[in-house]
Design a protein around this ligand. Sequence first.
Ligand code: FES
Ligand SMILES: [Fe+2]
Length: 400
Amino acid sequence: MIIDSLDAPAPGSSLLPTPAGDVYTDPEIFRLEQQNIFETMWNCVLRVDSLASAGEWKTVTVGREEIIVVRTRKAGIQAYYNVCRHRGMRVCTTSEGKNKTLQCGYHAWTYALEGDLVAAPNLTSMPDVDRQEYGLKPVQVREWLGYIWVCLADEPPSFEDTVLGEVRTRFGEVQSIDNYGIENLKLGESKTYEVEANWKLIIENFMECYHCATIHPELTEVIPEFADGLASQRKNGEIHGASFGSDIEGFTVDGSSGVTALPAIAPSQDRKYYAITVKPQVFINTVPDHVIIHRMFPQSESRTTVICDWLFLPEVVEQGMDISKSVELFHRVNQQDFEACELTQPSMSSKAYNRGGALVPSEHHIEEFHQWWNETMGYQRAGATESPMTTSGGSVTTDQ
Ligand code: FES
Ligand SMILES: [Fe+2]
């Protein structure tokens, strides 16, 4: 259901229940999320241009695993578990580097950038050792939108269905995300936020705009309709583009004009803001002259690292055009959102929230996310354990 006006009474119950607080605090639930969500689905981990030449590598954490992502000489970008096949030491012990081979610092087993074991002390006297079999264990890699996506599952879900499908369906045929040419944009600015909140609180916050009038004064100045509490992303059907105010020139902190517009956007995408969530850890925001992409890396049940990138046309970045007012707008939005999430997290373990809270009509679409969570965690399969999202959070109550 799409709620188009907050003035019209919503059919049915106005308030829907949220999950109980322990869904956001229980370490065992977080462990299952790592296993069933982050170690199973596609994760957007790095910008492709952050590994510019052969031999450059970075390590990233996906679920409970550390992964080496490297630009090889012969096979493009590849990714491996950062686990030596000899006796398990971390092969790469810093966060980035550039090497001709990847050598473990314990007994010097040495791997080609393409993963095979190529050298080890006395390896020639062990001719039976299969160098591929004892190569670094690979993980699946895709490149899309200028980002490197990895999946740890032995049989990954279809990238087309789970990532492209989600984005294209939500952007629709006409208002296609392709118009923004995101893969050709350049990084103008990147900021990392260490957020003391569960990753699901951050997604739920991003999905609704009921809070916009309260905590986002600059954003609601630029997009007045956000003050009505309606989010840019909707349930069922195409995404809703939120319009700039009539006196607003650009998506900047003071509404002044931005930089060079992306050349291929459709007229319907002009002066509009779109936002989508690519579950489980990416937000894509588009405006006519830049694109903002968030990547989330959950660290624990109560801590999440969020990296936010601001992407512009290459000439904007190369010519050093002033992007500071564009960056400042969403940086403030991020700070305001993350502060709200951090002030929510401690209450998740309160007795007053042990049966959860409530979703108002303009937040009802967040239930879709909760349903997805239940399905992905395996709580809706035959014979499955009852979901902690429904056992104690099954009804909205006002008395505790
Ligand atoms: S553990 Fe890596 S070489 Fe021995
Ligand atoms: Fe917000």
